[in-house]
Design a protein around this ligand. Sequence first.
Ligand code: BES
Ligand code: ZN
Length: 645
Amino acid sequence: MVVMSLVACRPAPTKPYEHPPPPISVEISTVTGSDPHSYARPDLVVVRHMGLHWTVSFEEQRLAGSAVLWVERHDPEAPLRLDSRDLEIDTIETSTLGENGRDGPMRLADGSDRAWAEASWSRGARDPILGEALEISLPPGADLVRVRYRTVPQATGLQWLLPEQTADGTDPFLYSQSQAIHARSWIPCQDSPGVRVTYDAVVRVPPSEASADRVALMSAQRRDPAGPPGETRFDMPQPVPAYLMALAVGRVEFEPLGDRSGVWAEPSMRARAAAEFADTERMMAAAESLYGPYRWERYDVLVLPPAFPFGGMENPRLTFVTPTILAGDRSLVSLVAHELAHSWSGNLVTNATWEDLWLNEGFTVYIERRIVEALYGVARAEMEAVLGRQDLAEALADLPEPGDARLHVDLRGRDPDEGLSDVAYEKGALFLRELEHAYGRDVFDPFLRRWFDQHAFTSVDSQRFEAFLQAELVQRVQPRAGGPAARPQAWIYERGIPKGAPQPRSDAFVRVDERLRALGQGIGLRPSDTEGWTPHQWLHLLRGLPAGLPADALVQLDQTFSLTDSGNYEILAQWLEVGVLRGYAPVDARLERFLRTVGRRKFLMPLYRALLQAGRREDAVRIYGQARAGYHPITQHSLDLLLEK
Ligand code: BES
Ligand code: ZN
């Protein structure tokens, strides 16, 4: 894959490890190779800015409105090719903005102030994974395209929730989840992470639909002053790939956390959320001191209803999170560190295709742990690294395709949602950790910072990283004495974990291991054994319970430590899985309630799998039958595949 970008032409600086603050660049990379998950041809005609205008109807569960696309034409003969999935298109028109239209911040909104001519366009057959290609002829000189359309209620990138599916139960809720290729189900766009756009938007929530408190949010700047009642305007001046475009509408309230950060949550959750995320500003400062200025102005967190299919989503300026990380003790906030870290790895420097997801997620896990270490100390970061290493071992043991054990994966013909595993995350992070050990932090930290600075607002692939590693590290610095040499080939293109890879270790877990051995010998766990244990230590215990543990040992654990009533969702999910797999029936009621309310795929998949493994297919199918409608389309899809088998 060839990635062309303007920044790539900058001469390499002569001194490797000083880092002058770079200009905040808004250059745009153009991928000329092909993204297997997009029909777009940005090498011929590329979308640079979008004006979006929607009316939100909770009654119909639709967005209706228009997308105005400003395009740059590299081939004057070529049509504009877009991605779409299940969009109901009314009309497509073209117009000309011309040179003069480009002064100042671009605001296209609904384009009602200009003359439009009907365009000739066609739509390809529906591919079950990719959706439909949309091809629009462009008359000579045309550089604006307006698509008037509506989304369908089943749009894969939107979830429409009824009031009873929210924490407060008073209002319906809408949110989007565009990664990896769902933006096309609510915006006609070039839905490839190699294409970045700026955008402006107007979101109308008609008064008849809205209680006055219903708020519209996007991964963008809210424009001040607000528009007429029921209308919210946004500007997104930093270019982003379509998978980072996000929208949410619901009854949420704001609480500031610091000068440039805050939290949005349903009223009943707001105070809890603000307390849980109180360290956000410190996390930002820690990340900035390592990797340079935060370039997105604000960092807010939106707490979604429990149906949200992921733990978190790094929508720029506005991270979306599951409420299942509100543990009350900040023990799960590494997820915020993770989404914040994406402000560098992913949002600023983006994988050009989903085949190099590790450049987003592996880097992000590495940075997440550095932030956690800076705020909470090495011991906690190491516990999380060990848990991550366990996740990796498990992922490697049951991959759908053996080739998925590589960092660079082949996703041609495959759904990127299903190709998602912990390999990109944890093997990627382990690779960077090995480089850190090899060169030392005083060399490796500035190296990473330069990676972000030099590739800011562009998209990159594995080859680009290899070249950068070679030029900026391998050829300039000797590894530390005894340190391993850089071996990108083995990490990126070979399966599994290279021999001699770093092995995270935790003393706190060694103490847990002692208790596990005792349990194996029939010695029960007493409260005094677990004094001062962190939730991480509990997780380690539950993951490591000896195979032959007798049933009464589970009863004793539950009675002593109330695990079935745990308020920590990580511990609870792990315990429920243990309970199902080992036939400990007292978890069943809690399990059903969990499966009916929580939509986070990471929790649901192992729990439904455990039911199958325990020979309880009927229970799994029955519960799923009742819960499915409340799950997000992404979660539904994964579970349909699991339970149809
Ligand atoms: N960007 C991901 C979520 C994602 C990945 C959505 C791929 C769709 C396709 C997000 O940053 C993430 O990794 N979330 C994790 C939490 C994290 C702490 C590992 C999750 O949701 O569990
Ligand atoms: Zn991530």
